[in-house]
Design a protein around this ligand. Structure first.
Ligand code: C5P
Length: 311
C-alpha cells in the first residue's frame, strides 16, 4: 500500500463490442477458452467515486447509487452481485486496504446486452480505487483482481482495442482504426451462462482472427468484407432468439459493411458505410419498432483515455 490520500474522481466507463469472438472449447473449470477482439465504444457509464483509505479501522464500507433512465437502472442489481461493488470488495480483499468508497453510477449502457456494461463499471472502479485507496497495484496485478471479478474485465481495463484469450484474462492491445458503428439492443436479456451452455449443445469454432485484424489495423479506410465479423455464440443464441438473426439481416440489407451479435447478445451491431452518419429513415423506423429504441450510433475507441470524464 502506498498511502492514497482519498478524494473524489469522475470517470467514464466505456462499453465494448466484440468484433470477433471465437469459442475454442469448454474447460474443466466450467468456463470456455476464447479468442476475442474487443473494442471499447463511445457509449459509456459515468462513475463518480468518493473514497478514502483508513488504516486505523478494520472495516470496509461500500455504497452504490445508480441513476439514469429508469428502464436502464431497473436492470442493474444494487446488491453484492453488482460488479462495481464486487470489484471494490475484491480489491480490498487482495490488498488488505480498508476504508470507504461511495460510488454513484450514471447508467447509460443497457445491462445483460452483450456490451460489457457491468464489466466496464468494474474496470473503472478498480483503476480509480487503486489510486484513491493507494493500493499500489501495477497494471498486471490489477488485471488479476479484475479477472476474478469477471471474464471481460481485464480486456476493458486495457482501455483500447484488445485481443483477449484464455478465459479472458490474457490480454494483448492491438491496433484498430476508429469505426462508426450502429447498435441495436433488443428488449430481452440473454444470460451469459445460457449462451455458453447453448454453444456446448450446438456451437462451432469460427475462422482465425488474422484477416479481421489486418482489415481493422489498416489505416486506409477500405470496406470490411462481409462475414469478417464473427461470433461463435451468434448461431446458438440466434437459434433460440431468431429476432437477433432477423435484426442482423435488416442491418445488412440496409447496407452496413458487416454486422454481428456482440458478446452473448442480444445487441447486434453493424459497421456503417464509410462517410455515412446514419441508416436510412425506413430502416431506423423498423429498428425502433422492433427494439423499442432507435438505433444508437457510436464510435469505436482506438486508444485508452479517449473519452473525457466530462462527456
Ligand atoms: O466471468 P463471467 O462472470 O463474466 O462469466 C459468466 C459466465 O459465462 C460463466 O459463469 C460461464 O458460464 C460463462 N463463461 C464461459 N467462458 C468464458 C467466460 C464466461 O463459459 N470465457
Amino acid at each position: 500500500m502506498t498511502g492514497g490520500s482519498g478524494g473524489t474522481r469522475t470517470v467514464q466507463a466505456p462499453a465494448k463490442v466484440n468484433l470477433s469472438l471465437r469459442v475454442l472449447g469448454a474447460r474443466q473449470d466450467g468456463y470456455h477458452d476464447l479468442q476475442t477482439l474487443i473494442v471499447p465504444i463511445s457509449l459509456a457509464d459515468r462513475l463518480e467515486v468518493h473514497a478514502e483509505p483508513d488504516v486505523s479501522f478494520a472495516t470496509l464500507s461500500l455504497s452504490l447509487e445508480v441513476t439514469g433512465d429508469p428502464e436502464l437502472v431497473a436492470g442493474v442489481p444494487i446488491d453484492q452481485s453488482n460488479l462495481a461493488l464486487k470489484a471494490a470488495a475484491a480489491l480490498s480483499e487482495a490488498t488488505g486496504v480498508r476504508g470507504f468508497a461511495n460510488m454513484t453510477l450514471e447508467k447509460r449502457v443497457p445491462s445483460a446486452a452483450g456490451l460489457g456494461g457491468g464489466s466496464a463499471d468494474a474496470a473503472a472502479v478498480l483503476s480509480v480505487l487503486n489510486d484513491l485507496w493507494g493500493c499500489g497495484l501495477d497494471p498486471e496485478g490489477l488485471r488479476r483482481v479484475g479477472a476474478a471479478v469477471g471474464s471481460d474485465v481485464p480486456a476493458l481495463m486495457v482501455g483500447g482495442p484488445t485481443i483477449a484469450e484464455g478465459r479472458g484474462e490474457r490480454v494483448r492491445p492491438v491496433t484498430c482504426r476508429p469505426l462508426r458503428l450502429v447498435l441495436v439492443t433488443l428488449r430481452f436479456a440473454v444470460s451469459t451462462p445460457d449462451a455458453f451452455a447453448w454453444w456446448d449443445q450446438d456451437g462451432s469454432t469460427g475462422p482465425e482472427l488474422d484477416p479481421l485484424l489486418d482489415a481493422a489495423s489498416n489505416d486506409a479506410s477500405g470496406a470490411f468484407v462481409r462475414g469478417i465479423l464473427f461470433n461463435d455464440l451468434e448461431g446458438p443464441v440466434g437459434r433460440r432468439h431468431p429476432e437477433i438473426l432477423r435484426t442482423k439481416d435488416l442491418l445488412l440489407r440496409a447496407g452496413v459493411q458487416d454486422a454481428a451479435m456482440s458478446g452473448s447478445g442480444p445487441t447486434v451491431f453493424g459497421i456503417m458505410p464509410s462517410g455515412e452518419e446514419r441508416l436510412d429513415a425506413r430502416t431506423e423506423a423498423a429498428i425502433t419498432e422492433r427494439s423499442g429504441w432507435p438505433p444508437r450510433y457510436v464510435q469505436s475507441l482506438s486508444r485508452p483515455g479517449e473519452l473525457s470524464a466530462g462527456s
